[in-house]
Design a protein around this ligand. Structure first.
Ligand SMILES: [Zn+2]
Length: 241
């Protein structure tokens, strides 16, 4: 049995049993007692593969997304992983309304509010986010729909708490605004998943076969979505730092 997982081995006199730990900057560490039969290590890694994967993904979690923010948690820079877009956020209470600016220095969103007014500023940011999501995600869905030959009746975006996407029996697809923050392959996977529901309104074997036809890596992507929330910045979810 070959595991292919990289780890550091540490022999501990005090340990009675072998154990695994995930250490920042070090990765997986296997601690074994003296005299431990090292041939057992691959078995151990295999048995705890799911834990290792979860612990490793927690380690990689950005803090919270590595972007500069105001002390109250509101962003100074917003990055959409799905497209690679980055937006500077400027809080300017002397302005009358929100505006986007695209110049040589990149893109900015100008908000007519003081950044210290957290709730009011966040409301405006979320409003803007929803507009960006509609402008980006719906055309992405349309493109995939045409490529796959899977038609939907209508589409929209919503800031949802617990679902990434949905497809109604009438063929209306709703996408979560937060898809903007996912890596492109995961955002596309959610769209593929919902588009396949236009043909198969269930999670039957034939549904998954259809998904696989359009996304051969769907298993990997579906698994990655279990902690897809880690990509969403705290100011969007409302969980401030
Ligand atoms: Zn589904």
């Amino acid at each position: 049995m070959s595991s292919g997982i990289a780890y550091t081995l540490k022999v501990s006199r005090r340990s009675k049993h072998a154990r695994l730990k995930m250490v920042p900057h070090e990765g997986l560490v296997v601690v074994v007692p003296e005299g431990y039969d090292r041939k057992q290590i691959p078995v151990l890694l295999h048995r705890y593969a799911a834990w290792i994967e979860r612990a490793a993904s927690r380690l990689e979690r950005p803090q919270p997304d590595g972007k500069p923010a105001l002390p109250n948690g509101l962003p100074c820079l917003v990055g959409f992983r799905s497209t690679g877009e980055e937006w500077q956020v400027e809080y300017d209470p002397s302005r009358r309304r929100s505006a986007e600016r695209n110049g040589a220095g990149g893109s900015s969103i100008l908000l007519p509010v003081d950044g210290s007014e957290r709730d009011a500023a966040r409301d405006l940011l979320l409003l803007w986010l929803r507009k960006r999501a509609a402008a980006i995600l719906v055309p992405m869905l349309e493109e995939q729909s045409e490529a796959f030959g899977l038609r939907y009746a209508s589409a929209g975006v919503r800031l949802q708490k617990s679902r990434w996407g949905s497809c109604s029996t009438r063929g209306r697809i709703t996408l979560n605004t937060k898809l903007l923050f996912l890596p492109p392959e995961l955002a596309r996977y959610i769209m593929t998943h919902e588009l396949c529901h236009t043909a198969e309104m269930n999670h039957s074997d034939s549904f998954w076969r259809l998904v696989e036809r359009h996304d051969p890596l769907f298993r990997q992507h579906d698994r990655a979505m279990r902690d897809g929330w880690k990509y969403v910045p705290g100011w969007v979810t409302g969980h401030y730092l």
